[in-house]
Design a protein around this ligand. Sequence first.
Ligand code: PEP
Ligand code: MN
Length: 344
Amino acid sequence: MYQPIYILGPCSAETEEQTLMTADQIAHEMARCASCGTLIYRAGIWKPRTQPDSFQGIGVEGLSWLARVTERTGMPTATEVATPEQVREAATHAIPYIWIGARTAANPIAVQEIADAIKETGGSFEAVLVKNPVNPDAALWIGDIERVEQAGMRVVAVHRGCSHRPCWQMAYTLHQNRRDIPLLLDPSHLCGDAALVPALCDRAVELGYDGLMIEVHCAPGQAWSDSRQQITPEAAGKVIGQGPSSVPPSKGGRINREAEDLLWLRAMIDETDDVLWETIEERMAISRRIGVWKKEQGVDIVQPARFQTILEQRQRWGATHGINEETIRHIMEAIHTESVRQQA
Ligand code: PEP
Ligand code: MN
């Protein structure tokens, strides 16, 4: 039977009270979930933050709070490790699951050092979760996974996107190459927005993911890190506890591999369209600045020679990239018309 993996908990363990309260509420919500398989509680203890003056994680002290979570709720716990010393601390405190974060995953030397430290601990972890690197590099992600496997560990891959974008292509490459290991989606880091998390969870189910890693906080608005993307335990319970619909169609035998492939390809198309439209929006913002300049300088908005130059440039590019000359003309004319409208 399909046994999804759910890893729920706050971005960071902040205080003992917040760590335990969030855990109690998750355990309560998930107790009512009919289709729940493995449930693991996550909380970051050492946080790789962009700014030096933001919260860097509570440190070793938080590991004992995680032990209390397990005592109270029975949930095994997971935390992020970024150095060999952190691996040793996690092993000493008997944390069963550790994860390698996206920033660490981008550095193979750091991953190897972590893998070596894992091996030294004598394989005391149940599994190691390996997030995708911050840059969309499937080969690097697969390499990270192999380094951890060579240390004798079971690996679970976690797709968390890049710069709040999904990178479905990267995840699909991993999925095709490593169907033997579970693949989870981390919608929280993937989009950075709590409001978008439920729809992404549905998409993960459709695409045949083996589970979810979601940031869940007892009071998301007051979180010390990633507050915009965390959801409440109640919301997580709703997203996950939808009964049979939370079994991926492919895993439930309702659709075959080919049908699942089409869903992946459509996810890639949607992502490409997002980028395309955001690029058009950026282009229009530049056009408006040009409009201001032309007005100040008393220059006509429409410059036919300039349009002709960029059109021909694109058509030459199209000739070597398999895109029809007439299609390029239609698209460039539409963009130009809107550009003129924005400048007026
Ligand atoms: C996290 O899970 O809190 C985290 C920092 O993840 P990532 O490495 O994906 O940013
Ligand atoms: Mn986070």
